[in-house]
Design a protein around this ligand. Structure first.
Ligand SMILES: [Zn+2]
Length: 211
C-alpha cells in the first residue's frame, strides 16, 4: 500500500499532549474521520518566533482507514512558513494599520521580500478569509454583531479573524489569536489555493486547543 500525504492536521502546541492524544486514538483523519496512529516524524524545521528561533519536529500520523499520512503541525506554525503565525500576524496587522512592508521588515527583523510575500499572499485571498472567518464567527456566536467595513479587503478579513478568535476564546477559553487563525485555516492562512471548507468549530477548535 502506498501512503499518500494529505494536508496537515493542526494540533496543540504541547508535543507531549499531542503524542498522548495520538496514542490514545483521539485524533481523527481530516479526510475520512478514521483514527490516526503514530507514523514517525516529519523533518525538523526552524520556526522563527518573535524572539528566539525554535527547532520543531512535527509528528506524523497514518490513518487506520484510508491510505493517508498527515503531518501534525503545531498551531503556532503555518504550513511552509519559517516564521511563526504570531510574527506573520503581527506583520499583517501592522500593514492593515498603514505601515509599509519595508518598515515592517525592519521592525520584525525579516527580509523585505519575505514580508512582501506574506502581505501579497494574504491580500490575494483576503475576500476568502473574510468569508471564512465571518462564517466561523457566526458558528461560534450566533448573536455576534455585524462586522463593520474597514474600507479595505485585508482590513475586513483581519477584523473578521479577530472577532472569530475572540468568540472562540469566549467559548473555549483563552488561546493566542494567531494560533486560532492557524488552526481555523488548517495552517493555510498564507496558502496557495482556496480551502474547500471551513473546519467545523465543534471538532477542530477544541481538538486544536488541547495543549
Ligand atoms: Zn483517513
Amino acid at each position: 500500500m502506498v501512503l499518500g500525504e494529505a494536508p496537515m492536521l493542526m494540533v496543540g502546541t504541547d508535543p507531549l499532549e499531542v503524542d498522548k492524544l495520538l496514542r490514545n486514538g483521539h485524533l481523527r483523519c481530516p479526510g475520512c474521520e478514521g483514527e490516526l496512529r503514530p507514523w514517525g516524524h516529519a523533518r525538523s524545521r526552524d520556526v522563527r518566533g518573535e524572539g528566539a528561533t525554535a527547532r520543531s519536529r512535527p509528528q506524523r500520523a497514518s490513518c487506520s482507514v484510508c491510505p493517508q499520512t498527515h503531518v501534525l503541525l503545531p498551531a503556532f506554525m503555518l504550513a511552509r512558513r519559517a516564521d511563526s503565525a504570531a510574527v506573520i500576524g503581527t506583520g499583517l496587522l501592522a500593514n492593515a494599520n498603514g505601515t509599509g512592508h519595508r518598515k515592517i521588515a525592519e521592525l520584525l527583523g525579516r527580509p523585505v521580500s519575505t514580508v512582501r510575500g506574506w502581505l501579497r499572499r494574504f491580500a490575494c485571498r483576503a475576500a476568502h478569509w473574510r468569508l471564512t472567518f465571518t462564517t466561523l464567527l457566526l458558528a461560534l456566536d450566533a448573536m455576534a454583531a455585524p462586522i463593520t467595513a474597514t474600507g479595505s479587503a485585508v482590513g475586513d478579513a483581519l477584523q473578521a479573524l479577530g472577532l472569530a478568535a475572540a468568540a472562540a476564546t469566549r467559548m473555549f477559553g483563552p488561546r493566542p489569536p494567531w494560533q486560532f487563525a492557524s488552526s481555523a485555516s488548517r495552517g493555510l492562512l498564507l496558502g496557495p489555493a482556496p480551502v474547500a471548507a471551513v473546519a467545523a468549530p465543534s471538532s477542530s477548535v477544541p481538538a486544536a486547543a488541547a495543549g
